[in-house]
Design a binder for this molecule. Structure first.
Ligand SMILES: Nc1ncnc2c1ncn2[C@@H]1O[C@H](COP(=O)(O)OP(=O)(O)OP(=O)(O)O)[C@@H](O)[C@H]1O
Ligand SMILES: [Mg+2]
Length: 257
């Protein structure tokens, strides 16, 4: 579990994260939603220790990340998988080499052991046949799957995904969501996903945190989101065309019923 307490972050005079507290549970896809510029990426960077908060705690099983010594932080990093906007694959490496990279960096496993793990991960994301291809030769959806295979190569306890669906068509986006959700359950990972995609919210939003202008505005599940009375949340949710339609149909059914 990750327990975030009272995180504040500003850049010069610009207060970007305004006293956010939240918990993220294992075996769950925890979603952070909000408009562009609301602070999702900054918040995630603070969670993983890429940015330092002005104040607040980020407790990983009770250990506060900002207070960790280098060695402890490196150990924690090894337990984290990350999936960034745009797959961030190495173009000059094959798919196989990309997935092997963290294993080569962080383990002393033999070449054979590493290959076995890479094959397992590629198989898990249904990409076994693409091992010898280069990122430039495969589709955007396949690149995301390679990035997922790389993110889980070290068998992480925590998985962080910043807009994993950006640039994908809706159908491929759903497949990526399902894959992240399935591996989260399978390996009991604590997964945190930044998104503004309402399809993802309704598909895998087991725990949703809505950030509005740097503040935590609402928290709940996908089953609760449609019936929330929070005006800011409703404005965000029903700005998406899909949800206007859902509400229209609901109202229609209500009138007919
Ligand atoms: N390194 C930085 N220095 C100064 N300001 C920054 C920095 N990083 C982010 N910001 C500001 O913090 C605010 C939140 O940005 P952030 O990238 O977290 O938004 P976001 O919710 O991830 O948006 P998007 O959905 O577009 O990715 C923005 O106003 C941004 O300009
Ligand atoms: Mg962002």
């Amino acid at each position: 579990m990750i327990d975030v307490q009272n995180i504040v972050k500003s850049f010069d005079d610009h207060l970007v994260i305004k006293d956010i507290s939240a918990t993220f549970d294992p075996g769950k896809t925890n979603l952070i939603i909000g408009r562009s510029g609301s602070g999702k990426t900054v918040f995630m960077k603070i969670l993983i220790g890429l940015m330092r908060p002005d104040s607040g705690k980020i407790l990983y099983n009770g250990r506060n990340l900002p207070n960790m010594k280098k060695k402890e932080l490196n150990m924690l990093r090894r337990e984290m998988g990350m999936l960034f906007q745009g797959s961030a694959l190495f173009d000059s490496m094959t798919v196989m080499e990309n997935v092997m990279f963290p294993l080569t960096m962080f383990t002393r496993d033999s070449r054979k052991e590493r290959e076995r793990r890479v094959n397992f991960c590629l198989e898990r994301v249904n990409l076994k046949e693409a091992g010898a291809s280069y990122p430039g030769e495969i589709s955007g959806g396949m690149m995301k799957r390679v990035a997922i295979a790389r993110a889980i190569s070290l068998n992480p306890k925590y998985l962080f995904c910043d807009e994993p669906n950006s640039g994908l068509d809706p159908k491929t986006a759903l497949l990526i969501d399902d894959l992240i959700h399935d591996i989260t359950l399978e390996y009991n990972m604590t997964t945190v996903i930044n998104t503004h995609d309402m399809n993802s919210v309704m598909n895998i939003g087991e725990k949703i945190i809505f950030i509005n202008n740097g503040k935590k505005e609402w928290e709940g599940t996908k089953d609760e989101i449609m019936n929330s009375s929070n005006q800011e949340l409703n404005d965000f949710v029903f700005a998406s065309d899909l949800f206007k339609k859902v509400k229209e149909i609901e109202n229609l059914a209500y009138e007919e019923g």
